[in-house]
Design a protein around this ligand. Structure first.
Ligand SMILES: Cc1cc2nc3c(=O)[nH]c(=O)nc-3n(C[C@H](O)[C@H](O)[C@H](O)COP(=O)(O)OP(=O)(O)OC[C@H]3O[C@@H](n4cnc5c(N)ncnc54)[C@H](O)[C@@H]3O)c2cc1C
Length: 432
């Protein structure tokens, strides 16, 4: 994840053309005297796309004659730094570090936080209906509601499997693990469905937590894991799984999940095996509130955007993160990652500001900085920018990068100080 090159600041001094030209979708903004009423910027979803867009917008210089109101809506009361969610399960990190409350993060800003679920976006009326009965009008809207884990495709998943996408998922899983660990169950048999980043990171984290009592298997429908990863990271992941005796089922589909068993389909053979816990980390789908929007959607339901991140045909609406089907200025399709959502947030904030202050909008340019994975306790792998490292060094590098990426300087300092103090406290406690 990277801070955009400084060209943006330099651009802020250029005044934009005063006309709309169709092919670049720029806005002819009203003259200063007409904009006493605040421009209402409404951001739906306080994740990597939405929260960082709000924070960037609040840092922009707004002309007094063009006041803005920035409203951030989320159904949770906290931002979740998803790449560090595993560390909640392992106990290496605490909730306040990984999931800081919005009220704390936004305390020193002019951003209004509304905790509510988004029920409907009425594009014609330029308003959003929330599940607490409120209606929010907007002049600019940011869709950043992320995605959900699809659970409908296989019977029993909804009732018996555990997802791992939200803070509530992490708490629920933690509770289940505690229940199993305090039972007389030995071994504790866990099936993790989905051999992507989340599946592998979860498998290593749980294996280190359960140690000898854990019997883990990772199930994936493909013949290789992490197809889109670098060979270095793929090899490091394979090694970490084998070091932890995690069994891997390749080319295997799930037929059904039940309370204490899972049915695996390999070629035309189906085996039902007993399990104590099934984790479901398969894929991502767009929420129905987004799918039902009268805009252009991909087969996956993602919203098609221009390179400026505006929704096709709706220049007043921006769509970013997992719910957006986005090609950047170089024509590359961008993946659904935090890294992308974070970089899009910078451009979205700029383009909203530019569209309201007579400046040129910018096409999004994605900079792929590589990838990092946690592979259990004090172990990780990372490759990108010509660097490939794994083990403990990669673990520290990953932690430092994520510390730097936490939403606000205040939170970075609080967490950073805690990371320095905690080992000292533990040492003193062990000596006393
Ligand atoms: C466990 C895990 C680990 C990951 N690790 C990495 C990693 O290491 N590196 C990486 O690049 N990517 C990682 N990802 C992917 C990454 O987190 C997502 O791509 C990224 O969060 C997408 O950003 P977003 O803003 O689109 O959505 P999110 O960050 O998911 O934010 C969406 C927000 O919208 C809110 N919301 C959703 N629906 C509603 C509604 N109807 N009403 C109100 N609020 C709503 C949610 O509460 C949430 O806060 C990981 C994902 C997971 C699940």
């Amino acid at each position: 994840m990277v801070r955009l090159p400084n060209t943006l600041h330099h651009l802020s001094k250029i005044s934009a053309p005063r006309t709309i030209n169709s092919h670049n979708l720029h806005f002819a903004t009203p003259s200063a005297t007409m904009t006493q009423t605040p421009q209402r910027i409404c951001i739906l979803g306080g994740g990597f796309g939405g929260l960082y867009t709000a924070l960037k917008l609040s840092e922009k210089t707004w002309d007094a004659s063009q006041p803005v109101e920035i409203t951030l809506v989320d159904r949770q009361d906290c931002f979740v730094f998803l790449p560090l969610l595993y560390e909640l399960l392992s106990g290496e990190l605490q909730s306040w570090e990984v999931a800081p409350p919005f009220v704390d993060l936004l305390a020193d800003t002019n951003i209004r936080f509304v905790r509510a679920g988004v029920e409907r976006v009425e594009i014609e009326a330029r308003q959003v209906a929330l599940d607490d009965g409120q209606t929010l009008k907007y002049d600019r809207l940011v869709l950043a509601l992320g995605g959900e884990t699809p659970t409908q495709s296989v019977s029993g998943v909804d009732d018996y499997a555990y997802g791992f996408r939200t803070i509530d998922d992490a708490y629920r899983l933690k509770e289940k693990l505690r229940e199993l660990e305090t039972s007389d169950r030995d071994p504790i048999r866990i099936a993790i469905v989905g051999g992507g980043y989340s599946g592998i990171e979860l498998a290593c984290t749980l294996a280190d937590r359960l140690e000898d009592r854990g019997r883990l298997r990772l199930i994936d429908r493909h013949e290789v894991l992490l197809k889109s990863s670098s060979e270095f990271n793929r090899e490091a992941a394979r090694q970490a799984l084998s070091d932890r005796d995690i069994w891997i089922d390749y080319e295997t589909e799930i037929d059904a999940v039940a309370a204490t068993s899972i049915s695996l389909k390999y070629r035309d053979q189906t085996d039902t095996i007993p399990v104590d816990l099934v984790l479901w980390t398969v894929g991502m789908e767009v929420a129905s509130v987004v799918r039902s929007l009268p805009v252009e959607h991909s087969d996956r339901g993602q919203v098609f955007t221009e390179t400026t991140l505006q929704v096709k045909g709706h220049p007043e609406i921006f769509a970013i993160g997992d719910l957006a089907d986005c090609y950047d200025a170089s024509g590359q399709k961008v993946p659904t990652t935090a890294q992308v959502a974070f970089q899009q947030a910078d451009y979205t904030a700029w383009n909203i500001w530019a569209s309201l202050t007579d400046r040129p909008l910018l096409p999004f340019r994605y900079q792929n900085l590589g990838e990092m994975m946690t592979l259990g306790h004090d172990n990780a792998t990372l490759s990108g920018l010509g660097i490939s490292i794994n083990g403990e060094v990669a673990h520290f590098a990953r932690r430092l990068v994520y510390l730097y990426r936490l939403p606000t300087l205040k939170h970075q300092l609080n967490v950073g100080l805690n990371w320095i103090a905690k080992p000292i406290q533990d040492l003193l406690a062990s000596l006393s």
